[in-house]
Design a binder for this molecule. Structure first.
Ligand code: UT7
Length: 335
């Protein structure tokens, strides 16, 4: 088993910034409602960018911050629910754009937990010696799956991409292991498919010569969310996942310098902080700028935490999230 090091992070955002006030031009909403209920002030929305464009921006950012070349990458995983195409997968298109010709490439869908699931998958490949360097990206253009007349969902989400590179460290006997040494210490993931209906995005229906006449008009599907049910799920599951992970790794919560959670709602972050009995200022917050960017949200927050000095080299940090599926997870990392 090899130790798995977080070598660096990167961000890629669309150019167009949209304020809460901008949305009031076509929606019965207000800056005051959005800010007080969610903590969101602005979001970036794609106009002429694709998901691949945003992922490539984030990938170039992390490559330049780590000083690595694209050819050193042996694995690329993109977590997304809004890929530009079904085939080829986004990771392969990112590979082609970067010239990362030595990488194996696939996409993964675990909704807003996608980055965590992709990080844990890449971690397993690296720790098992399958690959040495892995690029993990969460990238979304959620604005294309929003019903822009539904104020209860469309104000919440934004577009963007965040990336991280995991690289192989020294040999060790067990995965994770010594939490004083740099690297991924451990992770916990969970899923509950029986409750998946609370956050839904249908795919196209089955229509072929044998299915009979189409009963309803075929339309583009949009996100449907039962906001309060997702809220309740998040504030109970995330603290439990983090507590279990800390217990499993023999970590006192006060050793954790920074918590980087999925940026869905500031009230969710405050509630998680309260349940864990941790001051709010140990939690990274940037949903005010980006809104909820689903799989991109954790890497965008992690990148900002690292670049702003909120999380520093040598710190022990937790990244944690929740989302459609239902899915959730947490990961403990020594930077
Ligand atoms: O990453 C995916 C995970 N998703 C989430 O984490 C979302 C979790 N849920 C939430 O963040 C919150 O439930 C929301 C922000 C979605 C909604 O907040 P809420 O406090 O649960 O509000 P609500 O749905 O109970 O709505 C309260 C009122 C309603 O009006 P009435 O029925 O009280 O008259 C809504 O129609 O607010 C109204 N409302 C709005 N008003 C102005 C809903 N959306 C808006 C809006 N602007 N954009």
């Amino acid at each position: 088993m090899r130790r798995v090091i977080l070598a660096g992070t990167g961000s890629g955002n669309p150019k167009k910034k949209v304020t809460n006030d901008d949305l009031t031009a076509f929606l019965d909403t207000s800056d005051e409602w959005i800010k007080t209920r969610t903590g969101i002030s602005t979001r970036y929305l794609a106009t002429d960018e694709t998901v691949v464009d945003l992922c490539v921006r984030a990938a170039e950012d992390v490559l330049s911050s780590t000083g690595m070349t694209a050819e050193e990458l042996e694995l690329i995983i993109v977590a997304s629910v809004t890929q530009d195409k079904i085939v080829p997968n986004t990771a392969s298109e990112v590979q082609a754009a970067l010239g990362a010709k030595n990488a194996i490439c696939f996409d993964l869908n675990a909704a807003c937990s996608g980055f965590l699931f992709a990080m844990s998958t890449a971690c397993t490949y690296v720790s098992g010696g399958v690959v040495k360097n892995a690029l993990v990206i969460g990238g979304e253009i959620l604005s294309k799956i929003m019903d822009w007349s539904d104020r209860s969902t469309c104000v919440l989400f934004g577009d963007g991409a965040g990336a991280a590179i995991l690289t192989a460290g020294e040999e060790q006997d067990t995965p994770g292991g010594d939490k004083d040494k740099r690297g991924i210490v451990g992770f916990r993931l969970g899923s509950d498919g029986a409750k998946g209906q609370v956050l839904l995005l249908e795919n196209r229906p089955v229509i072929n010569p044998y299915t009979g006449p189409v009963k309803e008009p075929v339309h583009y599907p949009y996100v449907h969310m039962e906001g309060q049910a997702v809220f309740k799920f998040a504030v109970s599951t995330v603290p439990r996942s983090i507590s279990e992970l800390l217990k499993e790794t023999g970590t006192d919560i006060n050793e954790v310098a920074c918590f980087v959670l999925h940026q869905a709602n500031l009230r969710i972050i405050h509630s998680v902080a309260k349940r864990l009995k941790v001051p709010d200022d140990r939690f990274m917050v940037n949903m005010d700028k980006y809104g909820n960017t689903s799989a991109a949200s954790i890497p965008l927050a992690l990148d900002e935490a690292l670049k702003s000095g909120k999380a520093k080299k040598g710190d022990l940090i937790v990244i944690a999230g929740f989302g459609g599926g239902l899915t959730w997870g947490s990961m403990l990392i020594r930077l």
